[in-house]
Design a protein around this ligand. Sequence first.
Ligand code: PLP
Length: 396
Amino acid sequence: MSKILDAFLQENLKELRDQGLYNEIDPIEGPNGPVIKIKGKDLINLSSNNYLGLATDEDLKKLAIDATNKYGVGAGAVRTINGTLDIHVALEKKLAEFKGTEAAISYQSGFNCNMAAISAVMNKKDAILSDELNHASIIDGCRLSGAKVIRVNHQDMDDLRAKAKEATESGLYEKVMYITDGVFSMDGNIANLPGVVEIAKEFDLITYVDDAHGSGVTGKGKGTVKHFGLEKEIDLQMGTLSKAIGVVGGYVAGTQALIDWLKVRSRPFLFSTALPAGDIAATMGALDKISASTELHDKLWENGNYLKEGLSKLGFDIGVSETPITPCIIGEEKLTQQFSKRLAEEGVYAKSIVFPTVAKGKGRVRNMPTAAHTKQMLDDALAIYEKVGKELGVIS
Ligand SMILES: *Cc1c(COP(=O)(O)O)cnc(C)c1O
């Protein structure tokens, strides 16, 4: 083994551990449902992205098993060799209908979808205006494209207009894109897409919305672009199949020309094996459920509102969320981590999120209620919050 590598690893791991920043991972012993088992103990789960409870849905499990029996466990090749099964084509048709666009393309994950799509459309002659709180996969996708990345203050339309004007009038760039999360996952606020579209029209910006936390949640389940009725205005609607949809994968929906281009130029589509059929069948079942009824969506919002109201009444600071994502802002980093640890000891699994993921002094415990939680579970969680909050002096 390389001595230099070993020294590098030991030194850096020690530094992280000394600073209390090394993340220890707790494996879940069973499904990631509303109650999870960790080290043999049942905990109310407020940390998954399984918004609609579909990750453990019995109908979807059956669809996955049936498709696996028909097609096997793997797609066998990348999409452009012979890994495109008829079920991939059916999924992409359904995704386009779901998003109200001409066409769609699927990828193996939301993360690699951003790496794929941004770098297929933008290059070093271009510029990308990017909200400062965008997801890591957007940041990496922008970097990979080689375009000039210009950070825009969070949800600040004046800043966006000024930077769009400067970038387009400078004559330095061929194309300029604005990219944003549809729902920001740390605070639960929704992107101001009508404001974005107005500015995009003025300066002919390409618009890209990553709606990983919006699909299934906003727009009666159809996402944030649909929520604002802007399907014809947003150029790239990106989403994940791993959060509310409950399975795995990512996609972009847009015009036929855009999707034709991504099929020949996005590298994970060309060079990484396609999604397995079982996952696709389950995903299609999930999309059907979301389209057929808002029952799960409504339950999610009811639970989200109930938890928010409960925490707020207890005196916690729940920030500016407009979605079921419910941050509980504690502040100081060590206290936030201690709060989360005490919650787990008492029976609630809710992860602490601290600097550098969020600003210093804005440490929070983030709660992700789902459609699968019962009122009783939420009441139990609120009682534990009250106990730990008083014990640690966060509420009085
Ligand atoms: C989770 C997330 C992704 C990545 O999606 P995966 O399917 O989990 O890879 C991309 N963008 C945003 C905004 C996300 O929240």
